[in-house]
Design a protein around this ligand. Structure first.
Ligand SMILES: C[S@@+](CC[C@H](N)C(=O)[O-])C[C@H]1O[C@@H](n2cnc3c(N)ncnc32)[C@H](O)[C@@H]1O
Length: 242
């Protein structure tokens, strides 16, 4: 059985929407305008197939590859305490738990409806499927109010979670993630380069903000992803000042 690590909700809606429009245009055009319009059925079928295959988690290999890439840059260390914020189906938490012989790995999320189709039950099941049910813990917890004491974790990680938080609340999440990090601990978040609709951008301003919030040595590592389209995303890594 394969784990399920969510789907890109918005891209599925867009693909299905345009797929249905093209399908309708192909059929109506064929019947009422010109027989050649049936050719539109090809792009329609492609868009519908893409939407449906993503809905079924059809890019699992790519998600696992990205996880490997993440952990190649931010290496697991035995005995550490790791928090995965906005864990979804538990992708990073489970990855670190698999790679570590000892330590404590916890994933938190509020499991926003329509944010990838994951749930607490789904994360627990994935941990079982990946053989680490006894090495990882999941619980409900908000990035803006993390239910752990100060200076608790060696690493706080997140993938594609922070940019989804409303832009007015993101600083709260950054503050919280840094608060629960031990001095010298590592914050590592994987995010898209930019999205102007939600006011997200990986740039000097973000770096300055993280430094202001007491991270040092902030670096942006570009990673190429192939879904929902070929693009560069960034692993943002910084160390909490001592
Ligand atoms: C795109 S999914 C990514 C899931 C997972 N990290 C992955 O890469 O597969 C974004 C996740 O962030 C979670 N999320 C959004 N706002 C959150 C918040 N304030 N606190 C905790 N999790 C949040 C959503 O519920 C969702 O599971």
């Amino acid at each position: 059985m394969k784990p399920f690590y969510g789907f890109p909700t918005w891209h599925i809606i867009v693909n299905l929407f345009y797929g249905i429009i093209l399908l309708a245009a192909a059929l109506i055009g064929f019947l009422l305008v010109h027989s050649l319009m049936i050719i539109l059925i090809l792009p329609a079928a492609y868009l519908l197939w893409r939407g449906i295959s993503w809905r079924r988690g059809g890019f699992l290999e790519e998600k696992l590859r990205i996880r490997e890439e993440f952990m190649r840059i931010v290496k697991p260390v035995d005995g550490e305490r790791i928090l995965d914020v906005g864990t979804g189906g538990g992708l990073l938490a489970i990855g670190y738990a698999k790679a570590m012989k000892s330590g404590e790995v916890i994933g938190i999320d509020i499991w926003v409806p329509m944010a990838g189709g994951t749930s607490l039950e789904n994360a627990l099941k994935n941990a079982e499927i990946e053989g680490v049910a006894d090495k990882v813990e999941f619980r409900r917890g908000d990035a803006r109010n993390i239910p752990f004491p100060d200076n608790y974790f060696d690493k706080v990680v997140a993938s594609f979670a922070i940019h989804t938080i409303h832009y007015k609340e993101r600083d709260k999440a950054f503050r919280e993630m840094i608060r629960v990090l031990k001095p010298g601990g590592v914050l590592a978040i994987l995010e898209p380069e930019a999205d102007r609709w939600i006011k997200w951008r990986v740039d000097e301003k973000l770096k300055e903000k993280l430094e202001y919030l007491s991270l040092r040595n902030v670096q942006f590592h570009p990673i190429t992803m192939t879904y929902p389209k070929k693009r560069t995303v960034y692993l943002i890594v910084g160390v909490k000042s001592k």
